[in-house]
Ligand binder design. Structure first.
Ligand SMILES: [Zn+2]
Length: 155
């Protein structure tokens, strides 16, 4: 198997995630993780990711060990672009993991668009960014100034 070849890297990585990995969707953190107690195949996982243009943090050791005391190695894909890329190039067979990856990609694409063009401010109704608690900076400042003015006249 030549992991510098795109198709072979995609097939190997997909099979590793299907077999030894997990795809996790949480609103604030999404990631794909492959864990094993042998290190060698984990370097192959990273090599596949490199070939496919999927950023990882490399092979890490977890602080916890297995019940029998063996080291656990982990490779994580967690960056927004990497997750979107993974969803485009990986053909997962595991139904639940496949669904979860699609959910992540949809969520991340939406976030990526919002980061670029902004969201609707709940106060002025304009598309702005950044928003804090649904309110744009200008509206937030106006409220703060009004509050300050009110307090000033009371005192
Ligand atoms: Zn506003």
């Amino acid at each position: 198997m030549d992991l510098s070849k795109y198709e072979e890297a995609a097939a190997y990585l997909a099979s590793m995630i299907d077999g030894e990995g997990g795809v996790y969707f949480y609103p604030r953190k999404c990631f794909i993780r492959v864990t094993m107690t042998v290190e060698e195949p984990m370097f192959a996982v990273v090599e596949c990711c490199d070939t496919l243009g999927i950023t990882t943090n490399g092979v890490k050791r977890l602080k916890r060990v297995t019940e029998t005391g063996r080291t656990i190695f982990v490779v994580e894909i967690a960056q927004q672009d990497a997750l979107i890329r993974a969803s485009e190039v990986l053909d997962l067979r595991h139904p639940a993991k496949r669904t979860e990856l699609e959910r992540i990609a949809t969520h991340k694409r939406k976030r990526s668009i919002e980061r670029r063009i902004g969201k609707i401010c709940t106060t002025c109704g304009e598309r702005k960014r950044p928003l804090r608690r649904g309110v744009c900076n200008r509206c937030r400042l106006r409220v703060l100034r009004q509050e300050a003015a009110t307090q000033g006249s009371d005192g």
